[in-house]
Design a protein around this ligand. Structure first.
Ligand code: GDP
Ligand code: IMO
Ligand code: MG
Length: 445
């Protein structure tokens, strides 16, 4: 039995969907703990592409139970579209469960998200425009609508009438937008409620029962460590906690339930939206990474900003999440490069800094210090073991493991489920305790 958290170790889009799908083979239950339809997780199986926003990537296995947990925010319209798309592709959603205490994204959340971004001008965050921040803000303000409320028509009517009047005042007076029609919204959401009703459960109880039955539970992260509300590059973050600790809070399990934490990182770095990005590449190499990596957002279609791998951020992700091991994805995207840079430290005001600076202006003005490694200039997409990899690619991975002091358990060399190298059992493999005296993983390669 093992309960495993999979989290993004960078700014999201690391390939969590692919890795979760891969690991779901041995999972009985897959749980999404936080985030909403800002997430876009792509899974490619035997040439077929699945794009998931809220439904856990374990859904492609018929016997795996998938739970959308309490810490998520649910846009029912998008969720229903996602369910319908999966059904049309022949995927059963009978095993999909929705937490009754998750919060609901309403039309006014989407509108306020977009209007507030517009009004920020040059200070905009570059959100996905999916109403995520405003939904979580209402949750904190204790004016949110929960799935439970949605399931109770009388109560929903009363609660929404009051809330929509309140939100209309904001829309009209602050943003100069037309008011929303509360009766129309209530009617629309009651239809969604009936579509979703059979999936609604007490999710933390269901997860607890699975723990008691010694089932294997996988917690699928959304977004990434640097987008964490508390520990990311605030204010250019999302409004939930994508770090490993957030998985426990959002799912409603105690930390002692967790056996292992796996971080997913690309072999380079990407970021969507605004905010500092020290290793960003604006020229030809950035364009090459974007083209070869097909770096366009799953949710918004926006071009992702690309840059070199940042090991300072990597070390930070190891620390903040207590990572046991890493899955490195998209190694193949680097295949054509003559040389590859890795940021090993920052220079801040002329001083070398090995740690991620939590001071936002220090981070925004830091200068990356690079180590240059040779490229391999040959395809890795057919490699299925470390022995198949060119020696420079192996050296590159080894360098990443050494500099972040964490073992690499999985290497991904293509979007497809089978384009994967399993270096060591990512779930039961050696723990971080098996580092040598210098903190270097033993017997990795
Ligand atoms: P997530 O949000 O972390 O699940 O990541 P996304 O699905 O948004 O973005 C990752 C993209 O890279 C998707 O289009 C994946 O199909 C693709 N991908 C995942 N692993 C690899 C890989 O090893 N190589 C390549 N070329 N593409 C990959
Ligand atoms: P997955 O799960 C990449 C980014 C947005 C923006 C910031 C805030 O696919 O990795 P929000 O709409 O959440 O208020 O936007 O966070 N962002 C993501 N970037 N991958 C994601 O999810 C993201 N979810 C949010 O681009 O910069
Ligand atoms: Mg994504």
């Amino acid at each position: 039995m093992a309960n495993v958290i999979v989290i993004g170790a960078q700014w999201g889009d690391e390939g969590k969907g692919k890795i979760t799908d891969l690991l779901s083979r041995s999972a009985d239950v897959v749980v999404r703990s936080q985030g909403g339809v800002n997430a876009g997780h792509t899974v490619v199986v035997r040439g077929q592409t699945f794009k998931l926003h809220l439904i856990p990537s374990g859904i492609l296995y018929p016997n795996t139970e998938c739970i959308i947990g309490s810490g998520t925010v649910i846009d029912p319209q998008v969720l229903i579209e996602e369910i319908d798309q999966l059904k049309a592709l022949g995927v059963s959603v009978d095993n999909l469960y929705i937490s009754q205490t998750a919060h609901v994204t309403m039309p006014y959340h989407r509108q306020i998200d977009r209007a507030s971004e517009e009004s920020r001008g040059e200070y905009k965050i570059g959100t996905t425009g999916r109403g995520i921040g405003p939904t979580y803000a209402d949750k904190s303000e204790r004016t949110g609508i929960r799935i439970l409320d949605l399931m109770n028509p009388k109560h929903l009517h009363k609660q929404l009438k009051w809330t929509i009047d309140y939100k209309n005042a904001i829309l009209e007076k602050l943003y100069n937008l037309p008011p929303l029609d509360s009766e129309r919204i209530i009617k629309e959401y009651l239809v969604y409620a009936e579509r979703l009703r059979s999936h609604v459960v007490d999710s933390s109880l269901k997860i607890y029962q699975a723990v008691q039955e010694k089932k294997n539970i996988l917690f699928e992260g959304a977004q990434g460590t640097l987008l964490d509300l508390d520990h990311g590059t605030y204010p250019y973050v999302t409004s939930s906690n994508p770090i490993a600790g957030g998985a426990c809070v959002g799912a409603g399990v105690g930390p002692t339930t967790i056996d292992r934490v796996i971080g997913v990182a690309k072999a380079y770095t990407t970021r969507v939206g605004e905010g500092p990005f020290p290793t960003e590449l604006n020229g030809n190499i950035g364009n090459l990474l974007c083209d070869r990596g097909a770096e366009f957002g799953t949710t918004t279609g926006r071009r992702r900003r690309c840059g070199w791998f940042d090991a300072v951020i990597g070390r930070y992700a190891v620390r903040i999440n207590g990572l046991d091991c890493l899955a490195i994805t998209k190694l193949d995207v680097l295949d054509e490069l003559e040389e590859i840079k890795v940021c090993v430290a920052y220079k801040i005001d002329g001083v070398i800094c090995n740690h991620f600076p939590t001071n936002a202006s220090a981070f925004a003005n830091c200068e990356p210090v690079y180590k240059i490694l040779p490229g391999w200039r040959q395809s890795t997409t057919e490699c299925r073991s470390l022995d198949d990899l060119p020696k420079e690619a192996l050296r590159y991975l080894q360098f990443l493991a050494e500099i972040m002091k964490v073992p690499i358990a999985i290497v991904s060399v293509g979007a497809s489920r089978d384009q994967t190298i399993i270096v060591e059992d990512p779930i039961h493999g050696p723990k971080r305790a098996l580092l040598d005296a210098n903190g270097i993983p033993v017997d990795m390669f």
